[in-house]
Ligand binder design. Structure first.
Ligand code: EPU
Length: 337
């Protein structure tokens, strides 16, 4: 059954905690519901937008159209052997519930992605990543309904065009034209732990390395560094870490020898946007109710009463400051609606 609400508050569907409304809010519980709904002239005559928990969305205003949300929440084991288990998860499953379920069952692959806000479908679209892992490493297939073809399409991982916080589903002209219904994952029964990123090893020092202890360490680091969206609205990293060519990096390191960077390949490095923003002295900067978070300046928080425009204006200030000081263009990880 399709659930449709009119003039619906999106407070529960954006982690910035913005009190914006949508003209229509529609929720589907099955692929059949979705197929019927999107074929209807009521749907086809309006603008529409798929959302999960809205942990990467910035609503600049009320939405005059239909916001569509997946309530497909079943998780099932498709097949397994001695080494691997294949799991199909509904797009509406809370991401961290899936991580907890895998850790409890001894299945490795997504434990480093513990506590990332959001739901499974949006997590795949966004190719979420943290502590040296990305969701794409565990994805086998993404099942999505295509508005163009008016039918379900199964994308093998190789067709999803995954990149750093990127996928086929986010790119123009595909953006907003595919509704993810299920994601199929492959998890390992003999986990290969990935503890190389940041201070993960340090936090685990002296502890037995298990899926559970890694999950707990990631949760502890995130809780220390990142604001809890339930307490202070935010969407995690607001910008992506920019890629620079080696020549640009070398030029900058003459002036800023401490500038951190991570090699991507022989020609390109990734630079922490948090460092660039920090160097611009922007920690604590505000516009209206929006502020740069002190402990992690890549995060913009709603201190209370911020509007979407406060957040967008503050982001613009950050972009301008970083561009002026370093000649580096920051690009948002957050999607503007
Ligand atoms: N830094 C500063 N000042 C600060 C904080 C950080 O200069 O106040 C610099 C330091 O050099 C630090 C570096 O920024 O080493 C990197 O910081 P951190 O390890 O927190 O990671 P990040 O690059 O800022 C990325 C992801 C996060 C993910 C972490 C851990 C992006 C855009 N962000 O952040 O993802 O949790 O690594 O893997 O890639 C998200 O996407 O929403 C998100 C939170």
């Amino acid at each position: 059954m399709m659930k449709i609400k009119e003039n619906y508050s999106l407070l529960a569907h954006n982690t910035f905690g913005l009190d914006v409304k949508t003209r229509w809010f529609a929720e589907y519980e099955s692929e059949e519901d979705l197929a019927r709904f999107v074929s209807d002239t009521f749907f086809r005559s309006q603008q529409s937008c798929p959302v999960g928990q809205g942990s990467n969305l910035l609503f600049l205003d009320d939405f005059i159209g239909i916001i569509v949300h997946s309530a497909i929440r079943n998780v099932s084991v498709l097949k397994e052997d001695a080494d691997w288990v294949y799991i199909q998860s509904g797009a509406g499953v809370v991401w961290d519930h899936l991580v907890a379920y895998c850790v409890q069952n001894g299945w490795g692959g997504i434990e480093n992605l513990s506590l990332i806000p959001g739901e499974v479908g949006a997590a795949a679209v966004q190719n979420i990543g943290a502590y040296g892992s990305e969701i794409q490493d565990a994805i086998v297939e993404v099942h999505a309904f295509s508005l163009e073809k008016n039918q379900k399409v199964i994308f093998h991982r190789s067709e999803c065009e995954f990149g750093y916080r990127e996928s086929f589903f986010k790119k123009e002209p595909n953006k907003g034209r595919f509704y993810v219904t299920y994601v199929v994952f492959r998890f390992s029964k003999h986990p290969n732990f990935n503890l190389e990123y940041g201070n993960l090893k340090e936090v685990l020092h002296g502890k037995t390395i298990t899926l559970q202890s890694v999950r707990e360490a990631v949760i502890a680091i995130r809780q220390h560094k990142l604001p809890d969206p339930k307490l202070m609205g935010n969407a995690g990293s607001f910008f992506k870490n920019p890629y620079l060519c080696i020549a640009h990096l070398q030029g900058l390191r003459k002036a800023y020898p401490d500038m951190p960077f991570y090699p991507v390949n022989d020609e390109v490095v990734k630079v922490p946007a948090a460092w660039l923003i920090d160097q611009c002295g922007m920690k604590g900067a505000t516009v209206g109710g929006a502020a740069i978070f002190e402990r992690q300046p890549l995060v913009i928080v709603n201190k209370g009463g911020a509007t979407g425009n406060d957040i967008a204006q503050l982001a613009e200030k950050v972009k301008t400051a970083v561009k002026q000081k370093f000649g580096v263009e920051l690009r948002p990880e957050v999607n503007y609606i």
